[in-house]
Design a protein around this ligand. Structure first.
Ligand SMILES: CC(C)(COP(=O)(O)OP(=O)(O)OC[C@H]1O[C@@H](n2cnc3c(N)ncnc32)[C@H](O)[C@@H]1OP(=O)(O)O)[C@@H](O)C(=O)NCCC(=O)NCCS
Length: 158
């Protein structure tokens, strides 16, 4: 269950990372978040923004942002630089977040993903998420449906 990416450091994202975040975001999404959306998430006390970095160069390889709601943690954004994909960086980011939030009120985890995004759906399934519903026409750019996925809370660790 604990596959980890080789030679990757994790730390919270900071404002100085915004340019690197934007570069990965633009390479990853047809409708990327704006810089101010990221700045807003980084500033929110109810969000956790985590980056995966190459240890020597300190290059940002990928990031994950989750936000705490009453019932659950919501995955807001996850992306890995195209040239660093398929090295389990996204999996390691998710696992690190599960560790960081274990036992916190026993909230589960939820997310929406484009129904056509087979790669991400497979990643989330491998990380323990299960499909629980569809939001019709959720994505405003092409009216694509969203698959709603949930993962149970982490067991509490004393
Ligand atoms: C989705 C994304 C974050 C995956 O990042 P990643 O670091 O490459 O993912 P991982 O290496 O941890 O992959 C974990 C598993 O996901 C699946 N997976 C990942 N990339 C895949 C691909 N190109 N083809 C098929 N399966 C894939 C596999 O099951 C993989 O496990 P395996 O390598 O043991 O077979 C990355 O492709 C990305 O940034 N995509 C664009 C943005 C996006 O779609 N984000 C999610 C939106 S909700």
């Amino acid at each position: 269950m604990s596959a980890t990416a080789n030679k990757v450091d994790f730390r919270r994202l900071e404002l100085r990372d915004l340019t690197a975040i934007e570069t990965i975001e633009r390479a990853s999404y047809s409708t990327p978040w704006s810089r101010s959306m990221f700045a807003g998430e980084l500033a929110k006390p109810s969000s956790i923004s985590l980056g995966a970095f190459e240890p020597d160069s300190r290059e940002l390889l990928g990031f994950l942002i989750i936000s705490r709601y009453v019932d659950a943690w919501h995955v807001m954004n996850l992306a890995v630089a195209p040239e660093h994909r398929r090295k389990r960086i996204a999996t390691s980011l998710l696992e690190r977040l599960f560790e960081l939030t274990a036992g916190e009120g026993r909230r589960g985890y939820t997310l929406e993903v484009r129904i056509s995004n087979d790669v991400a759906i497979r990643l989330y399934e491998q990380a323990g998420f299960k499909a629980r519903g569809i939001r019709r026409g959720y994505y405003t750019d092409n009216r694509e449906d969203a698959l709603i996925m949930w993962r149970d809370p982490e067991p509490h660790r004393a």
